[in-house]
Each structure stands twice: as structure tokens, then as C-alpha cells.
Design a protein around this ligand. Structure first.
Ligand code: EPU
Length: 417
């Protein structure tokens, strides 16, 4: 079992470079199957979730090469085979094979998606959207069978701007003979990436206003080369760490427009930083104000940074409050932080952080990806030696994290026993 061992309390200086976006790349891999030509994706992060997706390509007889963050996919010999193996359940993004395979073969058999246990994560918006398009959806023992003869011209209004449902419905619609309108779409940058990618393959997708898509089906899409954007959540995680421990610490590869909601909070708490081009420069901060945050769809504060920013709250005077509006159970980190000396309470979706409380090292367990990142930030900020288990969760989404942190002076190592 892998463990991360951190001797905390050290200031960090130097440069951390951000990798490509996990959630964009995870959607772009199934999207790449929609053309039988070769697709090259650049800046793909080397993380375990991506390797899980590549394992699914093996099942589908799709060939690929993944070297130095460049992923070349050749799906000219793709076969439609049931995706029901247990490992497919491990990741959330496996649901994108629903849309992609429906588009290619008009039918799919696939096990329900998994992912981090951060709440009840239904896929009813995906399924109801498919049904509205004219797709028959049946579920038995956690396996979905879906098929159609022709799709309907239709308008689908999502009840909530879901990232996954928006992308899945676009994938299902993009090669049809019809016009499909999707309203109340997610405006997350990762969704825009998929739209831009499909357009570069020749798809006809139009955005009307900021949250409606018109998809005019295009039977044949062509291959392309596409650069995945940088990961705004990896960037945000390291910026939170830098606000706590940075002393001439540079976070390189940031798109400020993707993280305005975080920078507003960092301004509020008096973090000492500035941004020039795509680099955030952090000096030693004299943090001195609490914050109030509501997690919401983009461009508001992302739920994926709720767990890391809880740690920051513990180092601020007064009471910081977070309303977690997206996932009802994204709270596994709180018990661990309280073990370290934090004073964090939860009332329904309201997280109350009473600061300032020094954190002390402890034996900790990550139970999900972003919660794991929060524990790393906490252990780096705490005096003494902490041990973190549940490393497999962290490896799902933070490429090369031990090396990146060691390079800037963190006393961190991984042991595999
Ligand atoms: N929802 C439904 N029904 C649906 C779909 C969503 O009720 O059919 C609800 C969810 O339960 C949640 C909300 O709508 O309360 C938003 O869910 P969304 O569909 O937007 O999330 P997702 O597509 O499952 C992606 C990311 C998550 C990220 C969310 C929100 C991927 C693979 N996952 O999940 O990333 O938190 O969008 O931005 O893209 C992570 O990276 O740590 C992570 C969890």
C-alpha cells in the first residue's frame, strides 16, 4: 500500500508547472472516437484516471500511443462490445462512452459509472436527455442497454447545468441527421474544450447566448490535433497551497479567466500574489480575513476546490463559511482536518471553519481525490511528520505531485509497502 510521508512546516519556493486538464482530457478521449481518422491530443496529464480510460480503448479495439503527454488515437478498427467489466465502474468519465458509442453504433451496453464517493451522483439528466432524443434506455443490475433507430429533432432543457450530461448529449447528437438543441448547458471550460475539439473535427455546433447549444448533425468528422487546456483545479490547488506556504513560489500555466472566483477569495484573505501572463507569483502572505464561499457552476466557485480551501480557512482569523451546493457528501476531509486540530463543523451543506487553529501532524486517510489534495496541503502546513493513506485517490488527478512539491522544497516522499 502506498503512503505519502510529509514533514510539514516548510516554506516553498521555486516553480510548479501545471499539467493538462484531467476532466477535459477524460471527455476528449471518447470524443476522439467519433472520427475514424487519427486524432492527436497534446498536453494530456499522465494520471491514473487517464490510464483507466485508455484501458477502455483496449476493450474497444482502439489503438493508441501515449508518450510525453501526447496521446494519438486511431479508432479505425473500433468494435462495439459491452463495456461491463468491473474496472469501468471505477471512473466517472466512463459515462462518455454512452454518448460516443451511441453516435457510432446506435446502441451501447455499459455499466454505470463510478468515481469518487462525494455524494449521490445520479445520471438521470443524461438518461432523460437520451430518451428525449429518441433513444431507448433500459437498466438492469447496474448495466444500461441503450439503442435507437433514428434520433428526433428535439430541444432538451437540462434541469441543472451538468458537465457530464452536457458533454454526453453533445457526443450522442453530433453525428446524427438532426438538429438537437440543448438548453441550460454547463459553461465549464472543460465543456467548451469538447465543443472546440468537435468543431475542429468538422462538427456543426453553435452556442446561442451563453447557455444554449444548437447541434446540427454531421455524419462524417475528420481527424485533428488538439491541445488540452491546463488543469484549472490543479492550478487552483497549488495556488491555495502557495497562499499558505509560498515564499517566492511561482505557479506556471494558469488561465486567470478560469480561476477568477478563487483569486477573489485570495484577495479577500490578503494573500500576497500577483499574476503576469500565465504565471501566479506568491510571496509570504500575512493572511488576515475569513471568507464566505458558495460552490456553484462556472464561473462561480468550483466544488473541486472546496476541500483544498477548507485548509486555508483554518489559518484565517474568525469564521469562514462554505456552502457546498454541488455534492452533499464531499466532506470526508473534514474529519481528518479536525484530527489535526482544525475546528470545522458541518450543518447540512454549511461548512463552518473556526480559525485560526494551528494544525498538527497526524496519520491521515484520503477518501477521495480533492480531499486527498486538501490533506497534502494540511500536512505541508502542519508542524511534524504526517502520513497519508489513500494515495490512489490523489494519483487519479494530480500528476507527478511528489516531484512537483519536492522541487519547491517540500519534505515529501512516497513509500510503497
Ligand atoms: N446531477 C444529477 N443528475 C445528473 C447529472 C448531475 O442530479 O444526471 C447533479 C450531480 O449529482 C451534482 C450536479 O448535478 O450535484 C453537478 O454534476 P455534474 O454532472 O456537473 O458533475 P459530473 O459531470 O459528474 C464533473 C467532474 C467533477 C466536477 C463536476 C462539477 C468529470 C469527470 N467530473 O462531474 O470532477 O466536480 O463536474 O464541476 O468531469 C473532480 O475532478 O474531482 C470531480 C469530481
Amino acid at each position: 500500500m502506498k503512503k505519502i510521508i510529509i514533514n510539514g512546516g516548510k516554506r516553498l519556493s521555486g516553480k510548479i508547472k501545471i499539467d493538462g486538464s484531467k476532466n477535459a482530457a477524460l471527455a476528449l478521449i471518447p470524443a476522439s472516437l467519433l472520427t475514424k481518422d487519427v486524432v492527436t491530443l497534446e498536453n494530456v496529464p499522465d494520471i491514473s484516471d487517464i490510464h483507466e480510460m485508455l484501458d477502455i480503448l483496449n476493450i474497444l479495439n482502439v489503438s493508441y500511443e501515449f508518450i510525453d503527454n501526447k496521446l494519438t488515437i486511431d479508432s479505425s478498427r473500433i468494435i462495439n462490445t459491452p463495456l461491463i467489466k468491473k474496472n469501468i465502474e471505477k471512473i466517472r468519465a466512463s459515462y462518455y462512452f454512452m454518448g460516443a458509442l451511441l453516435s457510432l453504433f446506435q446502441n451501447v451496453q455499459i455499466i454505470a459509472p463510478g468515481g469518487c464517493k462525494i455524494g449521490n451522483r445520479p445520471i438521470n439528466y443524461h438518461l432523460n436527455g437520451f430518451r428525449k432524443m429518441g433513444i431507448n434506455v433500459n437498466e438492469m443490475d447496474n448495466v444500461f442497454n441503450m439503442s435507437y433507430v433514428i434520433l428526433n429533432n428535439t430541444t432538451i432543457k437540462l434541469p441543472f447545468p451538468s458537465v457530464g450530461a452536457t458533454i454526453n448529449l453533445v457526443l450522442a447528437a453530433v453525428k446524427s441527421d438532426n438538429i438537437i438543441i440543448i438548453d441550460n448547458i454547463s459553461c465549464e471550460p472543460e465543456v467548451n474544450q469538447v465543443i472546440d475539439f468537435l468543431k475542429s473535427c468538422g462538427a456543426r455546433i453553435k452556442k446561442i447566448g451563453h447557455n444554449t447549444l444548437i447541434i446540427i448533425g454531421t455524419a462524417k468528422l475528420k481527424g485533428t490535433t488538439f491541445k488540452v487546456m491546463n488543469d484549472r483545479i490543479e492550478a487552483g490547488t497549488y495556488c491555495i497551497l502557495a497562499a499558505l506556504l509560498g515564499d517566492n513560489l511561482l505557479i506556471e500555466g494558469i488561465n486567470k479567466d478560469h480561476l477568477n472566483s478563487l483569486f477573489t477569495i485570495l484577495d479577500k484573505v490578503n494573500a500576497d500574489y500577483f499574476i503576469k501572463d500565465n504565471i501566479a507569483y506568491f510571496n509570504k502572505s500575512n493572511l488576515n480575513n475569513p471568507f464566505e464561499i458558495e460552490t456553484s457552476p462556472f464561473p462561480l466557485f468550483p466544488t473541486d476546490l472546496q476541500q483544498p480551501i477548507c485548509v486555508l480557512g483554518s489559518f484565517l482569523p474568525g469564521q469562514s463559511i462554505i456552502y457546498e451546493n454541488i455534492y452533499e457528501d464531499r466532506i470526508a476531509h473534514i474529519k481528518e482536518l479536525n484530527k489535526m486540530g482544525a475546528d470545522i463543523k458541518i450543518f447540512q451543506n454549511k461548512i463552518i471553519i473556526n480559525g485560526r487553529t494551528p494544525l498538527f501532524s497526524n496519520k491521515l486517510k484520503a477518501k477521495d481525490l480533492r480531499g486527498g489534495a486538501a490533506l497534502i496541503i494540511a500536512a505541508l502546513s502542519a508542524k511534524g511528520t504526517s502520513l497519508i493513506e489513500g494515495v490512489n485517490y490523489i494519483e487519479r488527478g494530480y500528476p507527478n505531485i511528489i516531484q512537483k512539491l519536492s522541487n519547491v522544497g517540500a519534505d515529501i516522499k512516497m513509500e510503497d509497502s
